[in-house]
Write a protein that binds this ligand. Structure first.
Ligand code: HEM
Length: 192
C-alpha cells in the first residue's frame, strides 16, 4: 500500500535533508552577522522561487490558506534590518510544474521545523523575530501544530501515481536548488 504523501516525501528526501543540514551548518551561519547575511541571501533566492507556488490559484483551491504562507516578505524584512543586498542567482531559476510544486511546498514548510534550532542559534547573535530573524519564527499556530495540519492537507490530495512521482521529484529539486544557492553565496565570498 502507498505511504501517505507526507511520509513518502520524508522517506524520499531524508538523506538529502541531512546533506543540506550539514552544508548549512558548515557555513557557520550564526558565527557572525556577515555569515548570517549570506544565509539570508540564499533564503531569499529560495523563497523567490516559492512565492508564485504559494500564490498558484489551482494549488490554493487544493491547499487551504496556502497564499498566506510565503515567507519571502519576512526574509525581505530580515534583509532590510541587516542591510543585506539581494544576491543575483547565477543559474536558471526553477519553474516547477504544479505537481512538482507540491514537493517544493513540502520542503519549504518542513524547513520551518529545523528553523526552531536555527532561531535559537540566531538569538545568540542578538537576532530575533523583531530584528533580522523574522523568517525563522514559528507559525502563529505553533510549528508542530501548523506542520501537522499542513501534512494532513498534503495527505488529502488525490494524486495519480505520476503526479505523486512529480511531487517527490519536486522535493528533491527544491533541496538541490537550496544547496546550489548556499554554495553560491559562499563562493561569492571567496571571489570578493
Ligand atoms: C542547519 C540546517 C537545518 C537543521 C539543523 C534542520 C533540522 C531539522 C530537524 C531537527 C527537523 C525535524 C523536526 C521534527 O521532526 O521535530 C527537520 C525537518 C525538516 N527540515 Fe530541516 N533542518 C535544516 C535545514 C533545512 C533546510 C535548509 C530545509 C529545506 C530547504 C529543510 C527541510 C526540512 C523538512 C522538509 C523537514 C520535515 C521532515 C519531515 O517530513 O518530517 N531543513 N529539520
Amino acid at each position: 500500500m502507498n505511504l501517505p504523501l507526507s511520509e513518502a516525501l520524508k522517506k524520499h528526501s531524508r538523506q538529502t535533508h541531512d546533506s543540506v543540514d550539514m552544508l548549512v551548518l558548515s557555513m557557520e551561519p550564526f558565527a557572525s552577522i556577515e555569515n548570517y547575511s549570506k544565509f539570508l541571501q540564499a533564503q531569499n533566492a529560495f523563497h523567490e522561487v516559492l512565492k508564485p507556488i504559494y500564490e498558484n490559484p489551482s494549488l490554493n483551491l487544493k491547499i487551504k490558506g496556502l497564499n498566506s504562507l510565503s515567507r519571502l516578505e519576512q526574509v525581505a524584512m530580515d534583509m532590510q534590518d541587516l542591510h543585506v543586498k539581494t544576491m543575483l542567482v547565477d543559474e536558471a531559476i526553477p519553474s516547477p510544474s504544479e505537481f512538482e510544486s507540491i514537493g517544493w511546498l513540502y520542503c519549504s514548510e518542513g524547513s520551518n521545523l529545523g528553523a526552531a534550532i536555527l532561531y535559537k542559534e540566531a538569538q545568540k547573535i542578538e537576532l530575533t523575530s523583531n530584528h533580522g530573524a523574522k523568517h525563522l519564527s514559528a507559525h502563529k499556530d505553533g510549528r508542530m501544530v501548523h506542520w501537522r495540519k499542513f501534512k494532513e492537507q498534503l495527505d488529502g490530495l488525490e494524486l495519480t501515481l505520476t503526479q505523486r512521482q512529480q511531487a517527490l521529484k519536486g522535493a528533491e529539486d527544491a533541496f538541490a536548488f537550496f544547496k546550489r544557492v548556499i554554495r553560491q553565496v559562499n563562493y561569492a565570498e571567496e571571489t570578493v
